[in-house]
Design a binder for this molecule. Sequence first.
Ligand SMILES: *Cc1c(COP(=O)(O)O)cnc(C)c1O
Length: 436
Amino acid sequence: MTTLSDCRALDAQDPLRALRDQFIVPADVLYLDGNSLGVMPKAAPARIAEVVTREWGEGLIRSWNTASWFDLPQRLGDKVARVIGAAPGEVVCTDSTSVNLYKVLFAALSQQKDSGRKLVVSERSNFPTDLYIAESLCRERGFTLKLIEAHELQGPDSVLTDEVAVLMLTHVNYRTGAMHDMKAITAAAHAVGALTVWDLAHSAGAVPVALNDADADYAIGCGYKYLNGGPGAPAFAWVHTKHAGQFEQPLSGWWGHAAPFEFTPHYRPAPGVGRYLCGTQPIIALAGLECGLDTVLAAESFNGDQGAMSALRTKSLALTDLFIRLVEERCAGHGLSLVTPRDHAQRGSQVCLSRKNPEDPQGGSGAYAIVQALIARGVIGDYRAGDSQMPDILRFGFTPLYIGFEDVWNSVEHLVQVLETGEWKREEFNRKNAVT
Ligand SMILES: *Cc1c(COP(=O)(O)O)cnc(C)c1O
């Protein structure tokens, strides 16, 4: 059996422990939801205040040049590139994940418009916004969206055929924490002539990503999850250099123009990924994102030339392994089962559990109420509703920058108490809130 002192010993040996000092983690909170909204970097309030009072307040319009506001999307894009296996000049930070997906999927479909291919393939369990964006683009552009289960990508009956125009996947599944083999799947897609669009919302800053090594075509990702950029932080877009100069993205605003300040009446796209910008960027929000990116890049100093993600990944797997082990050792008999893959190669940085209520096999899972009872104790994870094909999920994200091994112990201790006392059955925990 693993003990509290084992966990404390792991913290004492953890080379990344000091990285937590970059954050303001509220004292009474065990935060296992960095996969939904990362913790605030300590540097963010002062940096955002400086942008507001000095750069905006005093510099006014001059700050576009004097404070380098104008090239922020590219400059931050270069920082994102360092955690997703891309090169400088290949990434821009801009807009939301949903909007960026629209832009890159449109570009990929344009590339395939004369190919005779009609299918866009994605997973049924993909994050809904991805499916909604794909649904409307397919309708608009004359493609058909085909939703599959992950296992249908493999084997002799694989859905990857010469009818597929674009394979659009989220690298780490938001519900299950299962991670795809980006390189192998991209190669399989290319072998049938399909292009790939990867959503890195639960990957960037969470797991190592190697877009160029995988020869991926398009990727987008989120700034406010593991990159700690703040609520609604700008997202990012990456396009392989072999495609980047070829397509006009559909939101052809002036910020994606080759020479925006010539104010010409006709659109001429900027070379490369710069054309994936649309309009004037949210400078204050970008400043928050930069603080978040810097917290991740701080891990580079622990890795020599391996980039930020290799030591973070080692710790992330140790945290999720520990959580799985403690839940299995200490919560047995409460109907919980592991949804996230045990295999490290297939696991993101979160652990998801489902529950069959042993007292009432026909009844509700209790997952929502258990998560609410944990939140009331300061253990913040989240709940994702299931349906006839997918179970309700209790979801726990482990951001190695600020979560320690004793935190894992304490979280499981609270879960044990919530289950053993039946605390979660209280009425207050069974009322639904607007945001789960
Ligand atoms: C979090 C997430 C998003 C978020 O999209 P927004 O435009 O920021 O609301 C999109 N896709 C996936 C897969 C996500 O996990």
